[in-house]
Design a binder for this molecule. Structure first.
Ligand code: GYE
Length: 356
C-alpha cells in the first residue's frame, strides 16, 4: 500500500511538472503561459447566475475555454443580483486582474463601475447581454457619454433579431398549425425585466408584427395577431410554470400561441398547460428562444413547436478576444454569434449533434 502511494505521488508530481512546462497547449496547469501570449493572464469573470439551461451551458463553455487557453479564471456567480456583480468587479480591480469579462444582469447601472475599470487600465468584455444606450458600434473615443466607450468590446447575440425571428416563424407557421382562425391570441412570458435579452426580444417581436414597441399588449398591423397577456417569468422554469398557470386561469380558452423569451420558461409552461388538461403544441402553439437540449427533447416529443437559437458557447470567442486585446491587437466592437431556427421539421435531425 505504501509503495503504491509513493508511486502515485511520484506520478502526480511528474505530471504537474509536465503540465507546468506545457502551458502553451493550455490544460489545467497552474503554471505555463496563456495560449498566444508570453505570460499567463488572469481574467475576472462576473456571471449572472444559473437561472437556465442556457446559462449553465455558457458557464461550462467559459470555464472549459479558460482551461484550454491556460488563462487563470477568477469566476464569480452573482446569483441574479447586480449588487453582487458590482462587488465582484470591484474585487477584480483590487486584485489587478489583466482583463474583466461580465454579463450584465440588467441594462442599467454600469457607468460608474466600468469607468473604475477604465481608470485602473483594465479592459472589459461585455458578454451575452448588453448595457443601456449601447449599439455596440465603434463610437467617437472622445465622447465619454457614449456607453460604447465604457467597455472594450461586446460578444454575443442580437436579441432584437431573435424577437424578429420568433414573429417570422409564428406568422409563417401558426395559420397552418391552427387553420381557420381570423385572429390569433398570444400570451408572452418575458425574461428578466430590464435585461437586454428581455428588452431586445420584446421589441423585436413587436417590430416585426407592427405593434408599438413601447406597449405590452396590442394587435399586429394586419389585425391577425393579438398579444393578450404579457408578464415576466424571470427566465426560470418555476416562474414560467407559475405565470402560465395564472394565464390559463384568467383566460382558459383564448390562448392560441405562447411566446416564451426562453426555453426554460416554455418548458415550465408546457407542464402548466398539461396540468390544465390542454395539449401543448396543438391547442397552444409554443415558441421558445435558446434551442437548448430541453427544447429539442420537447420538440422531438411533440410538446413544443419551435425554438429560435441563441448560442451560449461563447467561451472560445471570449478567450481569443481577451488575448487579442492584451496583445494590443484590434478587435471588433461587436463579435456576433451564429444562430439558426429549429422546429418539429428539423429538430430530430439536428438533435444528435447539439452540444447544449
Ligand atoms: O436566453 C436565457 C438566459 O441572456 C441570452 O439568459 C441570455 C438569456 C437566455 O437565462 O435562457
Amino acid at each position: 500500500m505504501k509503495k503504491l502511494l509513493a508511486i502515485l505521488l511520484v506520478l502526480a508530481v511528474a505530471s504537474m511538472a509536465f503540465a507546468g512546462g506545457g502551458g502553451q497547449q493550455g490544460g489545467a496547469s497552474s503554471g505555463g503561459v496563456t495560449r498566444g501570449m508570453n505570460r499567463k493572464i488572469v481574467m475576472g469573470y462576473s456571471q449572472i447566475g444559473a437561472e437556465s439551461e442556457w446559462r449553465t451551458a455558457c458557464t461550462n463553455s467559459v470555464q472549459a475555454a479558460a482551461k484550454e487557453w491556460n488563462i487563470d479564471l477568477r469566476f464569480s456567480d452573482a446569483q441574479q443580483q447586480q449588487q453582487n456583480q458590482l462587488q465582484a468587479i470591484r474585487t477584480f480591480i483590487q486584485q489587478k486582474v489583466d482583463i474583466i469579462a461580465f454579463t450584465p444582469v440588467v441594462e442599467t447601472g454600469w457607468e460608474a463601475i466600468l469607468k473604475e475599470c477604465l481608470d485602473a487600465g483594465i479592459p472589459t468584455i461585455c458578454v451575452d447581454r448588453s448595457i443601456e444606450g449601447s449599439d455596440r458600434k465603434a463610437a467617437n473615443p472622445n465622447d465619454m457619454t457614449d456607453p460604447d466607450n465604457w467597455f472594450t468590446c461586446f460578444i454575443g447575440s442580437d436579441m432584437e433579431q431573435e424577437g424578429n425571428r420568433v414573429a417570422k416563424w409564428m406568422t409563417a407557421n401558426v395559420p397552418k398549425l391552427k387553420p381557420g382562425k381570423s385572429v390569433y391570441n398570444i400570451a408572452e412570458l418575458q425574461g428578466t425585466v430590464g435585461s437586454s435579452a428581455m428588452t431586445g426580444r420584446f421589441k423585436g417581436f413587436r417590430d416585426t408584427l407592427g405593434i408599438p414597441a413601447a406597449t405590452a399588449l396590442g394587435t399586429s398591423s394586419d389585425g391577425k395577431y393579438k398579444i393578450i397577456l404579457s408578464q415576466t417569468g424571470d427566465f426560470t422554469r418555476a416562474q414560467g410554470k407559475q405565470v402560465m398557470e395564472a394565464f390559463l386561469k384568467s383566460n382558459p380558452n383564448d390562448i392560441d400561441v405562447l411566446f416564451a423569451h426562453n426555453d426554460d420558461m416554455a418548458i415550465g409552461a408546457i407542464q402548466a398547460i398539461q396540468e390544465a388538461g390542454k395539449v401543448p403544441a396543438k391547442d397552444i402553439i409554443i415558441i421558445g428562444v435558446d434551442a437548448v437540449k430541453g427544447a429539442f427533447e420537447a420538440m422531438v416529443a411533440g410538446t413544443m413547436n419551435a425554438s429560435i437559437e441563441c448560442n451560449p458557447l461563447l467561451g472560445p470567442q471570449v478567450m481569443e478576444t481577451a488575448v487579442k486585446i492584451l496583445n494590443k491587437q484590434a478587435v471588433e466592437k461587436w463579435v456576433v454569434s451564429n444562430e439558426s431556427d429549429y422546429d418539429q421539421t428539423n429538430a430530430a435531425a439536428a438533435f444528435p449533434s447539439r452540444q447544449y
